[in-house]
Design a protein around this ligand. Structure first.
Ligand code: ADP
Length: 257
């Protein structure tokens, strides 16, 4: 049995392949999301990584914003269900999931075996999401994966008070012009995302273990600031950005019986 899980996000397409024993066989990611060739490119890469062909795949499940437009999928499943399933496969003891993706933030409260008990989501605004970090990385002419390490080198974080991405962008530029150290500005950017996420998360009871999923989980600066706000350790897996795709593959296995 081979199950392919495809997560078509706002910025990135992620896919994974699992076997009937729920073992992860291969993963692939392309930074191109809904409305692009990203899903097809990610799937082609996945098949190559796994040395397999479309004919060998038994079940295909899609999740993410683009899930309804993915014609290869037999199942389309919500991101909430998939992040719950994927997280509990990675961390069976997880009770809170903080998922920060390219466009939205979701906090999930889980019961045993990844049962979804409750959730909250951000409003439709880029602040506090991966999009905010992408815009800031662009201004600073850095790669997205440089933000976390730079923030970790700062002794203090500059205060970014604007809650709107557009205003925060001018604030960052003004701070740089005023001579604030670049790493301190970056630490302030990470802190701004963490503070927004923490205030959303506090609408739910935060129960350990707390796990971060989504692409922003790869940013150590945001993770550390969030731990301070929540006063709890935050777990994350190297496959954090694939959590939705993992959940989709797991759903497919279950559906196929
Ligand atoms: P979506 O599903 O909406 O496309 P993802 O969960 O894939 O979102 O997360 C995408 C976000 O993750 C990007 O907007 C970016 O800010 C962040 N990101 C991606 N790669 C990295 C990385 N290597 N280091 C830090 N952050 C990253």
């Amino acid at each position: 049995m081979l199950s392919l899980g495809m997560d078509i996000g706002s910025t990135t397409s992620k896919c994974v392949l699992m076997n009937g024993e729920r073992q992860l066989l291969a993963m692939a990611l392309v930074v191109a999301g809904i409305g692009t060739q990203g899903p097809e490119q990610a799937a082609a890469q996945l098949l190559e990584n796994a040395q397999t062909r479309w004919e060998d795949i038994d079940v295909i499940t899609a999740t993410g914003y683009g899930r309804l437009r993915y014609e290869r999928a037999q199942h389309q499943v919500s991101e909430l269900t998939c992040h719950a399933l994927g997280t509990s496969w990675l961390f069976p003891q997880a009770r809170t999931v903080i998922d920060i993706g390219g466009q939205d933030v979701k906090i999930l409260s889980l019961g045993p075996e990844g049962r979804l008990l409750n959730f909250v989501m951000n409003d439709k605004c880029a602040a506090g999401t991966g999009r905010f970090l992408d815009v800031m990385a662009n201004i600073l002419q850095l790669r997205i994966d440089d933000l976390g390490p730079c923030a970790m080198q700062a002794e203090r974080a500059a205060v970014i008070s604007s809650t709107c991405t557009v205003f925060a962008e001018s604030e960052v530029i003004s701070q740089l012009a005023a001579g604030v150290a670049r790493n301190e500005v970056i630490a302030g950017i990470c802190e701004s995302v963490a503070a927004k996420t923490a205030s959303l998360a506090k609408r739910l009871p935060i129960r350990a273990d707390v796990v971060m999923s989504g692409g922003v989980a790869r940013n150590e600066g945001v993770r550390r600031c969030l731990e301070k706000h929540l006063e709890m350790p935050i777990l994350h897996a190297p496959q954090a950005q694939y959590t939705g795709a993992l959940g989709a593959a797991l759903y497919g296995l279950k559906a196929a019986g």
